[in-house]
Write a protein that binds this ligand. Sequence first.
Ligand SMILES: NC(=O)C1=CN([C@@H]2O[C@H](COP(=O)(O)OP(=O)(O)OC[C@H]3O[C@@H](n4cnc5c(N)ncnc54)[C@H](O)[C@@H]3O)[C@@H](O)[C@H]2O)C=CC1
Ligand SMILES: Nc1nc(O)c(N)c(N[C@@H]2O[C@H](COP(=O)(O)O)[C@@H](O)[C@H]2O)n1
Length: 272
Amino acid sequence: MASRGELLYPEDDRVFLEPYLPVLNRQSTDSGIPFVTLTFATSLDSALSLAPGVQTALSGPQSKAMTHYLRCRHDAIMVGVGTAVADNPSLNCRIQGVGGYGGEGLNGQPRPVVVDPQGRWQLTSETKILNLARQGRGKAPWIVTAKTPSAENAKLLEEVGGCYIVLGSQAQMSEGKTSIAWLDILRTIKETGIESIMIEGGGVIINSLLSVENADLINSVIVTIAPTWLGQGGVVVSPPRSEGSSLPVARLQRTKWQQLGDDVVLCGTLKA
Ligand SMILES: NC(=O)C1=CN([C@@H]2O[C@H](COP(=O)(O)OP(=O)(O)OC[C@H]3O[C@@H](n4cnc5c(N)ncnc54)[C@H](O)[C@@H]3O)[C@@H](O)[C@H]2O)C=CC1
Ligand SMILES: Nc1nc(O)c(N)c(N[C@@H]2O[C@H](COP(=O)(O)O)[C@@H](O)[C@H]2O)n1
């Protein structure tokens, strides 16, 4: 029986996901980047949320439990600053038996990583990730940035054992936006000892990773499809086309479907 908000994801369902997950206890590989799983929940009109900055529950209880199982199968979990600001997420794993939720220490908890190149995320006493780290219910976050962090943010982060990863020299400015090449981000993450990472969103992150230029960095894609439409104005998954390429958008291989409650979970691979 699950307690304290713990989620249950049955053993039988776990078997289905196995071909799409990093190998358990695998040794470090020399690929230069971690195993990358892109995973998110979408509506039938490809929306992640009703509007930018609005958190929207799409997953039902079973697929939510599946997402939490994925969290315990990766060393790290990444979101963009848009998601961090909109959702104030926990980004921990609330599966029964995982460290912080009935298990020992923080064993099984992923490291939250937030991509925030311009220091938009203001940490406060209300920031859930910090409070969970303080309570031993999740790991302290790392923030990938291009800017020297504010003294207030740095203090709050360091107090719970988190840190900034400053990639200023790799950052590029275009039309007022700062971006860092995904290869640089993922290489740096791997150098810290992270062997696998699940990337949850939001829209900007997913669309840029699914562009033909970056899709090769992704091993698996696991999408929860909720049987609903969110209507116009939402944050949608619709990657840019690469006009010069023979394949203008990414396409999944080795696809499989699983029904979880009313939701459908689609798994596939991208890396050749
Ligand atoms: N349904 C689902 O599974 C999920 C839904 N969401 C929703 O998505 C929405 C947030 O999405 P977005 O606004 O698109 O924000 P986002 O979470 O994708 O963050 C975008 C920001 O991340 C930074 N960033 C992304 N790629 C970068 C790169 N290569 N280099 C440097 N910085 C980079 C930039 O500052 C960019 O503005 C929210 O409404 C949230 O609730 C978020 C995650 C999952
Ligand atoms: N799998 C999934 N289903 C949904 O319906 C969602 N809205 C999301 N959002 C992602 O989960 C994060 C919230 O996680 P916590 O429960 O706070 O740990 C949110 O920030 C999105 O990354 N995911």
